[in-house]
Design a protein around this ligand. Structure first.
Ligand code: HEM
Ligand SMILES: *[C@@H]1O[C@H](CO)[C@@H](O)[C@H](O)[C@H]1NC(C)=O
Ligand SMILES: *[C@@H]1O[C@H](CO)[C@@H](O)[C@H](O)[C@H]1NC(C)=O
Length: 337
């Protein structure tokens, strides 16, 4: 039997009304993140996380930097879903052994500690992904950086991706084009790249992450001449050609524990520690101008940093009934242990 086009249109219309009602009204809050997500289900969440971060940073100042970085390494791999926190048990191939994370990523015990307290207050309600996101914000604030409201409602992944961790997180000797591309793949632009790299205003790098610059930058046996040669000599004294791989150096040698814009000022003086830091100033006009802007204007840096952190925190979250709320951030719930 032939039907007129209008019949199909009418049929579709009838169908779509209940669908629209269902998706637009019945679940208004299930597929995006917003700051009040746990207002009723875990009213003291933010205080618990903040106090946990404060305790950890009082024990060791560097922990603020480590927690901030952990959030970045989570978000760039399958989105901000706490995949980085999973241990290599129960069939999980852990991200903790990837090139960027091995002997480097830290802060897992602090997240465990905070998660245990959150579980006591509000069992099986708050995701590890949200706890890590809040901890990154609180780490920024406690170091003297900007505050922002954190959109919440992420859920935890049911797996990890070692290859994603190796591939998506840029290396310290990446080219500017690689940095730009890897950020773009995550929906982040040049402004986000320069602002978020400002995280390197706190924390440390191992010798192995910048040794190439000191001795053999282009494979020609010469150092990286975009590095101040006095500063390079100082670095060489603690970072020999071989050995001392894990010797630590401040990413911002002026104010290592303070979240400020000295990172950008250092870069302009050829005293950025990583190649990936320095090339923001030397290899691209647009990123160079942003480095100059943030070096001159701390307020602009803080404002953009907050915006870019929210953007990074929104990378493909699991929401609604996707994933799960892990009880233990290191394990899937169904795992037997
Ligand atoms: C632009 C690309 C980036 C590259 C190539 C990069 C690379 C690195 C490297 C090599 C280290 C030292 C690791 C070690 O030697 O153990 C490091 C440390 C750090 N990174 Fe990045 N990073 C980038 C972007 C970011 C972003 C977007 C954030 C945060 C939003 C961030 C936050 C940190 C922090 C806070 C530390 C210090 C960690 C600590 O002391 O424990 N980085 N980064
Ligand atoms: C970057 O460093 C890695 C690890 O040290 C090395 O294998 C690679 O060849 C380096 N890449 C460049 C472009 O220098
Ligand atoms: C520098 O690196 C290149 C390529 O990685 C290598 O062939 C060369 O032997 C190195 N030179 C020195 C002096 O280490």
């Amino acid at each position: 039997m032939e039907r007129s086009p209008s019949f199909f249109f009418f049929f579709f219309f009838l169908c779509s009304v209940p669908c629209l009602l269902t998706f637009c009204y019945a679940h208004p809050v299930e597929n995006y993140l917003y700051p009040q997500f746990y207002e009723k289900s875990c009213p003291h969440l933010q205080e618990i996380v903040k106090a946990g971060v404060a305790r950890a940073v009082a024990r060791e100042t560097r922990m603020a930097a480590s927690l901030l970085r952990l959030h970045f390494h989570d978000c760039f791999v399958k989105g901000c879903d706490a995949s980085v926190l999973l241990d290599g048990v129960d069939g999980i191939i852990t991200e903790k052994i990837s090139n960027p994370n091995r002997n480097s990523a830290r802060g897992f015990e602090v997240i465990d500690e905070i998660k245990a307290e959150v579980e006591k207050a509000c069992p099986e309600v708050v995701s590890c992904a949200d706890i890590l996101t809040l901890a990154a914000r609180d780490s920024t604030v406690i170091s003297g950086g900007p505050y922002w409201e954190v959109p919440l409602g992420r859920r935890d992944s049911l797996g990890a991706s070692l290859s994603g961790s190796n591939y998506n997180i840029p290396a310290p000797n990446s080219t500017i084009q690689t940095l730009i591309t890897k950020f773009k793949l995550k929906g982040l632009d040049l402004v986000d790249l320069v602002a978020l790299s400002g995280s390197h205003t706190i924390g440390f790098s191992r010798c192995t992450s910048f040794r190439q610059r000191l001795y053999n930058q282009s494979g020609n046996g010469e150092p990286d001449y975009t590095l101040d040669q006095g500063y390079a000599a100082h670095l060489r004294s603690g970072c020999p050609k071989s050995g001392g791989d894990n010797n630590l150096f401040p990413l911002d040698f002026v104010t290592v524990a303070k979240f400020d814009n000295f990172y950008y000022k250092n870069i302009i003086e050829k005293k950025g520690l990583l190649s990936s830091d320095e090339i923001l100033f030397t290899q691209n006009k647009e990123t160079m101008e942003l480095v100059e802007l943030y070096a001159e204007n701390n307020e602009k840096f803080f404002e953009q940093f907050a915006k870019s952190m929210i953007k990074m925190g929104n990378i493909t979250p699991l929401t609604g009934s996707m994933g799960e709320i892990r009880k233990n951030c290191r394990r899937l719930n169904h795992a037997h242990y």
